[in-house]
Design a protein around this ligand. Structure first.
Ligand SMILES: [Ca+2]
Ligand SMILES: [Ca+2]
Ligand SMILES: [Ca+2]
Length: 177
């Protein structure tokens, strides 16, 4: 596993531990789903439902695939082992990526404006400088928009254990501004 991948996953663990008690549990994902859907006021209910379902699937996958000690909580060690195992987590990340990107594209034209992107990423807990750096790395158009497909691919790359030097590395604190 590449060092960059470990850093990315450690950071997302810290964000997804929304109540800050050091482990992931169902409550964290409910809280995150609420925060993220509230950050997309223009999205329709179907898109918000899809996002909530994606967060539930993310949690269910974690707790069924690798709650190694069966306590209903996911420690960092359990999380890292699961999310960086593509065969265990690819499908879940795909659903999650599609749902998140769809929330950012309420008009369905396949493009995401910077403010919508920033609002969603901020709701997950990423820092503004890192969010802006990532958006820039995605190569926005003159109208300051990126493609939904670019973001979806970027989310999948973020969880890829063998990838480093990717746009998603800019989300790790200390890498941007
Ligand atoms: Ca927690
Ligand atoms: Ca556990
Ligand atoms: Ca759009």
């Amino acid at each position: 596993m590449r060092t960059e991948a470990t850093k990315r996953v450690a950071h997302v663990f810290s964000l997804f531990d929304a109540n800050g008690n050091g482990v992931l549990e169902a409550d964290d994902f409910d809280l995150m789903a609420t925060n993220v859907t509230e950050a997309a006021p223009d999205a329709d209910e179907a898109a918000k439902d899809a996002m909530r379902a994606a967060f539930r699937q993310y949690w269910t996958t974690l707790v069924t695939e690798l709650d190694a000690n069966g306590d209903g909580k996911i420690s960092y060690e359990e999380f890292e082992a699961c999310v960086l195992s593509p065969e265990r987590f690819d499908a879940t990340i795909g659903v999650f990526a599609d749902a998140l990107a769809a929330l950012g594209d309420p008009d369905g034209d396949g493009l995401i404006e910077r403010p919508a992107f920033v609002a969603l990423m901020r709701a997950i807990g990423f820092h503004d400088a890192n969010i802006e750096a990532l958006f820039d790395a995605f190569g926005p158009s003159d109208a300051d928009r990126i493609k939904v497909t670019t973001w979806v691919a970027g989310i999948k790359d973020y969880y890829a254990p063998d990838k480093g030097g990717i746009a998603g590395d800019l989300l790790v604190p200390g890498t941007a501004g």
